[in-house]
Design a binder for this molecule. Structure first.
Ligand SMILES: Cc1cc2nc3c(=O)[nH]c(=O)nc-3n(C[C@H](O)[C@H](O)[C@H](O)COP(=O)(O)OP(=O)(O)OC[C@H]3O[C@@H](n4cnc5c(N)ncnc54)[C@H](O)[C@@H]3O)c2cc1C
Length: 286
């Protein structure tokens, strides 16, 4: 590893000011679980790291806002999210997903902000949070903004965040009573990176789907909503023929990519199978 400067500011704004809008070798570091791996592999050689560990404690909080929305500070660890009673009561699908996300050692240090900013399409929370309609609130030296999570990702490890822009908070809107599921398919060992992830959130009236949000990950280079599949589910009572139509629509619209976890044709077939399974799993939620 080549030597680098490590700074530990006391506030998030100070951290943003220590980043460099032009220089990609200056980066924030939160839990370090992704960044340190990249450094050990030599694919990232920092000139300066700005640690977020000493910033204001409120950025580790998890709570609810005035409209009942879930507010998750960027420095909240994945373990804190997993154990949070507020998260469990507002969006239990998040709690379920965290149980199979990596292992407890990683979850104890990895943070919500680092997880979302890393932009590896194989990661588990982005598709789920996109399906729940989440947004991120950011801070930069000129202020900050709110970005719908579905607009954050632009490519493999690429986001719309500026080089001196930090995620401060993740906001998940108050959920109308809804049914949600996330399924992932690993093709080698159970704890391997998935070949495909599928998140489904349904708003139902009896057996009729009023609204549907369907998000694919891992088989595409960014997590993405499957709008045609959502259309096929909306306004109907789900049966096998509806699921077949939705799965075909999803398979036609997704820009599936092949990798070491499976070919394009294989992942397209996984998409068809897992979309139907995820809808059924969501419908079986109380
Ligand atoms: C052994 C192992 C197994 C794993 N298995 C899984 C798995 O099964 N499922 C899964 O989803 N993930 C898995 N992961 C990935 C893991 O979820 C991420 O490494 C972790 O969430 C990243 O969070 P962090 O806080 O450590 O980020 P860091 O490593 O600190 O940072 C990651 C990136 O985000 C940037 N960053 C950090 N914080 C902010 C911020 N607030 N604002 C803007 N940019 C920021 C950094 O500059 C860096 O580019 C695994 C990781 C490991 C090491």
């Amino acid at each position: 590893m080549t030597p680098f400067e490590l700074l530990e500011p006391r506030s998030l704004r100070e951290a943003a000011a220590l980043l460099d809008s032009e220089e990609s070798s200056v980066r924030p570091i939160a839990g370090g679980t992704a960044l340190m791996l990249m450094m050990k592999m030599g694919v990232f050689r920092p000139a300066r790291l700005v640690s977020l560990r000493a910033i204001e404690k409120r950025y580790s909080d998890i709570g609810t806002g005035p409209e009942g929305e879930l507010r998750i500070g960027a420095m909240a660890t994945l373990s804190a999210l997993e154990r949070s009673p507020v998260v469990k009561s507002q969006a239990p699908v998040i709690t379920r997903v965290l149980r199979t996300l990596s292992n407890v050692r990683v979850r104890n240090v990895a943070t919500a902000g680092g997880h979302l900013a890393h932009a590896d399409p194989h990661m588990d929370l982005p598709p789920v949070l996109i399906a729940l309609g989440a947004r991120v609130v950011t801070v930069d030296p000129t202020g900050g903004r709110t970005i719908p999570l579905e607009k954050l990702y632009t490519g493999y490890l690429e986001t719309t965040l500026g080089r001196n822009e930090l995620i401060a908070e993740v906001v998940v809107p108050r959920q109308v009573p809804q049914r949600a599921a996330y399924l992932k398919c690993t093709t080698r060992s159970a704890d391997d990176w998935p070949a495909l992830g599928m998140a489904v959130v349904l708003d139902t009236d009896g057996s009729v789907v009023r609204d549907a949000r369907v998000v694919i990950s891992a088989a595409t280079d960014t997590p993405m909503r499957l709008a045609a599949a959502e259309d096929a589910l909306r306004g109907v009572s789900v049966d096998d023929s509806v699921l077949r139509r939705a799965a075909e629509a999803g398979a036609s619209e997704a820009g599936v990519i092949g990798d070491q976890h499976g070919s394009v044709a294989y992942k397209r077939e996984l998409l068809r199978v897992y979309l139907a399974r995820a809808v059924r799993a969501a419908l079986s939620e109380k």
